[in-house]
Design a binder for this molecule. Structure first.
Ligand code: ADP
Ligand code: MG
Length: 269
């Protein structure tokens, strides 16, 4: 049973205009199968928020539907009280690595420059200023020497860093990342965490779909738990409890979800 689980926002209430991402009563279906039912959640401004839940919980769908990348069946989404189209420059998105076409003929620098498209003229020709900004972003993620490498020839960790650099170059107030640590080595994970922390310390809001339950409390101050719906959301210290995890993962507890294989991440005890 849920004890002390925070009450999610009332689905009939107005979106929270102070929230970088406020979702009300959002349902998203593929064909006629609902992947997310009536999700309502307010991402807290300035938070470092994890989205966790079992495979198929609708985490990627939540991000994509919020960003108008896939259609919503119903519901409302606002970024600082405004539609995505009005604020897209302030929002960066790092897709799941598996969802990117790595055969696309682009260099690391090209990919980072894509984050600056909104800032270029309609011909989308990068100027010196754009290239300097993109190279600085690559340097910040330790990729300065690989700017001209084809993205398909980078390692998984390097590819993830390139997309993080693209988000950095964009100078976004809200960055949404889908499993940034999936398939990366420990050094890359540490580098990404450091960049996310420093962005967060500048007052920017970070939301990341995260797979490793054992590190949630260490990295994230807020957490959203999903299982085809929003199970709970709030401060990690308050909502990331064994009871809430039990409700979220239910019979679907897996070794993948709990890397220590003992059914509970160690830090929860
Ligand atoms: P998560 O990111 O939490 O693993 P997803 O958002 O990817 O979950 O998927 C949620 C549900 O929607 C799953 O049941 C998945 O099979 C389904 N789904 C995701 N993408 C598609 C798609 N393009 N077409 C049909 N069903 C999909
Ligand atoms: Mg996903």
């Amino acid at each position: 049973m849920l004890k002390r689980a925070p009450v999610p926002p009332d689905p009939t209430a107005a979106v929270d205009a102070a929230s970088p991402l406020s979702i009300r009563d959002m349902t998203v279906a593929y064909q006629d199968l609902a992947a997310i039912r009536s999700a309502s959640v307010d991402i807290q401004p300035g938070s470092l928020t994890a989205i966790v839940g079992p495979n198929g919980a609708g985490k990627s769908t939540l991000l994509k539907a919020a960003l108008d990348l896939i259609p919503r069946t119903s519901g409302r989404v606002a970024f600082w009280g405004r539609p995505f189209g009005a604020v897209r420059r302030r929002v960066a998105y790092v897709p799941q690595r598996a969802a990117v076409d790595w055969d696309f003929p682009a260099t690391a620098l090209d990919v980072v420059l894509m984050g600056l498209y909104a800032d270029m003229g309609f011909m989308r020709l990068p100027g010196r200023r754009h290239k300097e900004k993109a190279r600085a972003a690559l340097a910040r993620v330790g990729m300065a020497g690989l700017a001209d490498r084809q993205i398909g020839r980078l390692s998984g960790g390097q590819q993830q860093r390139v997309f993080l650099a693209r988000a950095l170059a964009q100078d976004a107030d809200l960055t949404l990342l889908d499993e940034p640590f999936a398939g990366v080595d420990a050094a890359t994970e540490a580098a990404i965490v450091e960049v996310l922390r420093s962005l967060n310390q500048e007052g920017r809001t970070i939301v990341a779909v995260h797979h490793d339950l054992a590190s949630v409390t260490e990295i994230f101050d807020h957490v959203v738990l999903m299982a085809g719906r929003i199970v709970a959301a709030g401060r990690t210290a308050e909502v990331f409890t064994p009871d809430v995890l039990e409700t979220t993962y239910g019979g679907r507890l897996s070794l993948e979800a709990f890397p220590d294989g003992r059914g509970r991440p160690e830090r929860l005890r």
